[in-house]
Design a protein around this ligand. Sequence first.
Ligand code: C2E
Ligand code: MG
Ligand code: MG
Length: 701
Amino acid sequence: MLRVLTCLAYEHNYWYVLVAAIVCVAGSMMTMGLFDRARQLQGSNRLVWVLLSGMAGGTAIWTTHFVAMLGFDPPTGYTYEPTLTLASLAIAMVFTAAGLHLAAAGGPTFMIEAGGAVIGLGIAAMHFTGMAGLQVAGHVEWAADLVVASVVLGVLLATLAVNRCARVSTVRGQTLGAGLLVLAICSMHFTAMGAATFVPGPSFGLLPQAFSSELVAISVMAILSVVAGLGLYVIDARSRREVLDGFRHAALHDALTGMPNRAHLASHLPDVLKACAAEEGKVAVIVMDLDRFKDVNDVHGHRAGDALLQALAARLGETMRVGEFVARAGGDEFVAVKQGVDGASDALEFARRLVGCISLPVVRQERSFSVGASLGVSLYPSDARDADELIGVADLAMYRAKRQAGNKICFYDHSMDEGRRARSALTMELNGAIERDELTLYYQPQIAVATGEVIGFEALLRWNHPHRGLVLPGEFIPIAEETGLILPIGEWVLRSACAEAARWAKPLKLSVNIAAAQLSQSDLSRIVHEALIETGLPPARLELEITEASIIDDLHGTLQILRQLKLLGVAIAMDDYGTGYASLSTLQKFPFDKIKIDRSFVEGVGTDRASTAIVKATILLANSLDITVLAEGVERQEHLDFLREQGCSEVQGYLFGRPQPASEIAGLVDGRARTGNERRPSRSAYTEIFQPPALARSVAF
Ligand code: C2E
Ligand code: MG
Ligand code: MG
């Protein structure tokens, strides 16, 4: 130890030691920085950065050694033998690059530490090769213990340096690594220098090609500048390329899921079609839209929705095989492409694989989410020949799949175009249907289970189409919702139904359906208020039916509007209960007066175990929350018997009466027939002929 300190204190020029230290610190930091970058890359990219860090590290080691040597003042004259001097530089670079290469690939194994040890050995090998190239006037005697100590120190500290940099993947780890590498280089160098005793002897014959100290100084600076310049150039060039690659990647990939995006699809699909056209091959294009995704987003929050999309994207990516491609086209819509399909069965197999991926539940924070998907498939070249058209017709097929219950994979066929044309014609015709007096209201009775008496009516909209006859709301309400026409139509329904009910002799209840768009109208309570005042219908007789889906759209806003409506004195019913994503907390938060169990559940009571259980549980729940429960779609006596047994208080369905024009329920509402001459809310020509109410007399209460 004393020998090492004496060597450092008395035999070195401090200025050179200081320069050596600066070079060593800067070089070590650069080496660790480059190494950290290399670890994040793969394949040839990683190799380039490992070589670069090997060169930087090797040069740092070598330069530190030779700058320190320039400040070394041995008691003998000396020069440098050029081959060994340059070989020592090569050794430093090769060992450092090899060590970093091992360490960059290392994970949980000891490869990282092995890499560090190789670098430590490299420092020692460089040092002793450099010293072998030192021509002294006399000879050098080595203290074996200090030589061993210098090697051990170099290896241990370099191992620790790489260990910290690689295993603590932060700036702190990198800085610690660089500091330890500086210690490894310096402690190895000065311990080894302390091990050497220069014994003066007869002066040696100067080698013709020997380097003087000055020449070594110039060479060191030149090599340092070349390596630093080269390093900076490569870093700059690669960084620029990486930035460009990054931009290109960002432009073609979706930020949330990392999947190819719509732009990528738009450039990929035409290429695939061109290639397949040349080989006369077929291509399948599949448009997928997630079912119930909006519910996950609304009920569990956007983070859950994002996590679900990311998990599904990862699964879809993993399931892709050669010739297959999948992109996120936006929102919850994905488009998949498969080239070289044999025909429909091949495309169907691909579509089923995609459905399989999507329908598996995704677990996040101990909660399991699952969604379904509706898929539309189009085939090239039979369905369309152009990329946009292929996606367009697959989209049409997807909408068909969405509307169908059960079948979630739909192949495009030409009849769908006719459907699309008919739909857009209907959209145009619906515009102005109120003015042309084509809308009319039908009324369906609602019955008290206990007494069998009619207690109210639900107003159901019909469209008297000039050519198509009576069009049911299922066909035109979605169009009205899409186009915004639902607002004037909804207002017309409300005013007309209130006017009709106000004329009933019996104070029966009136139920009016309210669409989601109407609920998000901030002045809905004003419209309802006006309708009540204009028609004179007491608020207690009016009930507004809203669906679960329309509440979920905007929980807070809807709650505000429902409270205003309740203040008017009207009742609120939850329609189609069980078909949406209503949680029990929705029932607790919203001021519902009634729950209407959807007819899809009532249909299955007694035959389907799940439906029976849902109906039973809903009645139990509603009764314990003091909410009236009405079962929709009661068609058979067994339904009624079951519902009464379970404690259901109200029923509605074909068993008691179908929806009928106002004129035909006259007997139920005031016991006399309508003449058709009284003032009506609409100018519709109702059937003039009185028919006895369709309430089935045979129903056993
Ligand atoms: P909803 O409000 O659930 O109305 C009940 C639907 O079930 C009605 O269909 C009715 O005719 C039908 N229904 C009643 N009992 C039975 C039965 O025993 N068996 C069967 N198979 N069906 C039964 P409709 O009139 O076709 O109306 C369908 C939907 O259109 C309504 O469902 C409602 O969501 C919507 N709708 C109707 N009128 C309006 C309206 O004025 N405004 C809004 N926003 N939506 C409306
Ligand atoms: Mg309803
Ligand atoms: Mg309903």
